[in-house]
Each structure stands twice: as structure tokens, then as C-alpha cells.
Design a protein around this ligand. Structure first.
Ligand SMILES: [Zn+2]
Length: 382
């Protein structure tokens, strides 16, 4: 997608840079050919003649959100519908998930299984509206693990028919699978280290290739390993299950029991998590958004980060912007700073006062990616 040509300036808003710097009241942000070229107090940043000026007074301006854990492609949750849908239907339905993810403010997403290079390229070339994608193509697991679609009927029920097999046992098979995924354009490799909620043949808490414990936290802090906790999904799913009677019977795994057990384990872990954050574990935002839940509601995760991890709103924003960029090794993203790619959100209200404003879709007034406005309710100043 070519960047928007020419200069654009957002003026009068409160600018939150995503790096943890003090917010700039009545700030000006200048964008040129998809990159940020200047920001600062309005009195200190001149706006060149001929610039398209957008008045964002009374609103907050922040970097586009980076969701480090999504599944952006569709498959029917209902097993009967899944078996009756053509693979192309799933691909075409995925465009809605991608559009909604961008529209709620996620400008970059790390897809942890489901999207192949075609999705990434169609977005980059502008045929589909969506966040910039980093892809793993599949999630690698052992035979019988979370990524193995085997069912007791003796067949493998592939969830997304455009993907290669994700099962590998032992170093040689693993090496070969990783090579073929990199060949097919994977940006990174995802490995399932435990069972999962949706899988039939494993338990969510069995270690396969772990739930966080103290030793693990120590190790992660020492080795500066990123933690992407995905906190909103399980509570949201439990809530959905209460109001939607069909929800529990649409899948093969014992999702309701697993979710209740995970929720209990999560509550017990809160002190460990909050201590890990105080001690400086590196946290990046991720939702585990999928066809199941959180599509277009990704930014409610920040409220969960504040409540569950004891983060300040500023910490949650940094973890969702420049922190995410570091986690996915894309230093040109995730901050409002000269030279960075112009992924920008304009939001009604002050997320530093109340982080929940970010999760309200009606408050998102502009989503800009690569300097190009995708969803824009702002009016240019004549
Ligand atoms: Zn996931």
C-alpha cells in the first residue's frame, strides 16, 4: 500500500508518544509520506504551508496499537458449519476480521497461526483493509498437541485448509517444518508449549514442548524474554457462555471445564504476575483474538492489563505500542517520534485518566496506518 503523499498535521490534541514520555498538551504531529517528521508543543512545531490540517483538540493522539497475539483468519466455531464451508468462504470471511481489527485501532498484528503470506501481502498491497501482519502460518505442536487437528474418528479435521501440517516430533522433523515455514514466508515461528482450550486430545495445563511459575519469571527477567499474557479472552468467553446457550456445544473440546479451570488458575496467579511486573518483566500486549472472541474489541485488553497486572494506564499503553514493537522486532513502529512509521490513533477522552476509553469503538475517531487514514471521522480544517 503506497503511503499517503503530502503533509498532514494533527493539531491541538494531547499527544502520548508510546515511549512513556510526558503527554504533550496542545501538541502538533506532522506526517510526511507515511512517516512522522515532527512532534511537540503547538508553539514549537511549525506547520508548513499546504499541509492538510486535522483539528484534534480535546482528543488524545497515540501510536497505533500492536497486538502481539491474534488469529486473524476465519473458521466456523460451530463444527457442523465448519465441515460444510468451502475453504474460500473461510478466506473471504477472514477479511471482516481483519477490517474490524484495524478499525478498533490495531495497526500491526502478530498472527500466531492461521494467516499465510497471501493474507499479509493482500493487506500490504491494499486489496484488503487490515493491520500490518506478521505471520507464523501455523502453530507447531507435537502429535496429539494443541496444533494437531486429529479427532477420535481417526481423521485430521484441518481448521484452515490453506495451511500446511503443523505437527512435528523430534529435532529432525522440527528442523524440516521450520525450514518449510520460513520458505513459505513466515516472519517468526510459533510453538505450542502446552495444550489448549479448543483441542480435543490434550489438557490446557500439560507441558508439551507451562503456566508461569516463579522460576520461569526469574528466568524471563534475567534473559529479557517478552511476556504476552492475553488476559481478557478467558473472562470474555466465560461471560459469553452465560448468555449464549449454543456456545458450549459448538466445539469438540471440553472448553467450558477448561476455561473454568484456567480462570481459577489465573486468579491464583495474580500476585505472581503483579510481582513480575514490579520486578520489570517485559510485557507486550496481546489478545489471542480469534473467530471466537475479541474481534474489534482488542483494546479492552489494556483495561485487563491495568486491573490484573497492576500496571498504570501509561505502562499499559507503552506495552501496547513501543513495547509491542520491540517484542516483534520492528523498531520503526510503535511510537510517535520523528522517523517512525505514522501509525496513529485519535481517541475521544484521556486514556491516562481512564484506560477503558480505548476499548470504546465510538471514541475512535481516526485510525491511520503508514500515514494513510483508514477510518477517519475528523474533518480537515479549511
Ligand atoms: Zn492463540
Amino acid at each position: 500500500m503506497p503511503s499517503e503523499q503530502g503533509l498532514t498535521a494533527l493539531v491541538g490534541g494531547m499527544v502520548i508518544d508510546g515511549l512513556g514520555g510526558d503527554p504533550i498538551a496542545n501538541g502538533t504531529l506532522v506526517i510526511d509520506r507515511g512517516r512522522i517528521v515532527a512532534l511537540g508543543k503547538a508553539s514549537a512545531v511549525p506547520v508548513p504551508r499546504g499541509t492538510q490540517v486535522l483539528d484534534v483538540a480535546g482528543r488524545s493522539v497515540l501510536p497505533g496499537i500492536i497486538d502481539c497475539h491474534v488469529h486473524s483468519t476465519y473458521r466456523a466455531r460451530d463444527m457442523r458449519a465448519h465441515l460444510l464451508n468451502a475453504p474460500t468462504y473461510n478466506v473471504l470471511r477472514s477479511t471482516h476480521i481483519l477490517e474490524e481489527t484495524l478499525a478498533c485501532g490495531v495497526t500491526t498484528a502478530r498472527d500466531m497461526g492461521g494467516a499465510d503470506a497471501g493474507f499479509r501481502e493482500a493487506i500490504n498491497e491494499g486489496y484488503v483493509r487490515g493491520p500490518r501482519l506478521l505471520i507464523s502460518i501455523v502453530m507447531i505442536s507435537q502429535t496429539g498437541g494443541h496444533g494437531d487437528s486429529w479427532v477420535p474418528a481417526g481423521i485430521r479435521l484441518q481448521k484452515r485448509a490453506w495451511l500446511p501440517s503443523s505437527v512435528a516430533d523430534g529435532p529432525d522433523e522440527m528442523r524440516k517444518l521450520v525450514r518449510s515455514l520460513l520458505m513459505a514466508g513466515a516472519d517468526f515461528i510459533k510453538i505450542c508449549t502446552s495444550g489448549g482450550i479448543t483441542s480435543v486430545t490434550d489438557s490446557w495445563d500439560e507441558p508439551q514442548f507451562w503456566f508461569l511459575d516463579e522460576e520461569c519469571v526469574d528466568d524471563m527477567i534475567r534473559r529479557r524474554i517478552w511476556w504476552v499474557p492475553t488476559l481478557a479472552l478467558v473472562p470474555q468467553s466465560i461471560g459469553r457462555r452465560k448468555i449464549d446457550k449454543a456456545w458450549s456445544s459448538q466445539q469438540l473440546g471440553q472448553e467450558d471445564d477448561k476455561e473454568a479451570a484456567i480462570y481459577r488458575a489465573m486468579q491464583k496467579q495474580l500476585p505472581l504476575w503483579q510481582d513480575a511486573v514490579r520486578r520489570g518483566i517485559r510485557v507486550a500486549m496481546g489478545t489471542d483474538q480469534s473467530h471466537r472472541l475479541l474481534v474489534g474489541e482488542n483494546l479492552i485488553e489494556l483495561d485487563f492489563m491495568v486491573k490484573s497486572l497492576g500496571m498504570s494506564p501509561m505502562q499499559a499503553i507503552v506495552a501496547s505500542t513501543s513495547g509491542g514493537a520491540e517484542c516483534i522486532e520492528r523498531p520503526e513502529l510503535g511510537a510517535l517520534a520523528p522517523g517512525r512509521i505514522a501509525d496513529v490513533l485519535v481517541v475521544d477522552g484521556d486514556p491516562l485518566e481512564d484506560i477503558r476509553v480505548l476499548g470504546e469503538r465510538s471514541r475512535i475517531h481516526l485510525v491511520m496506518k503508514d500515514g494513510r487514514p483508514y477510518y477517519n471521522r475528523l474533518h480537515p480544517v479549511p
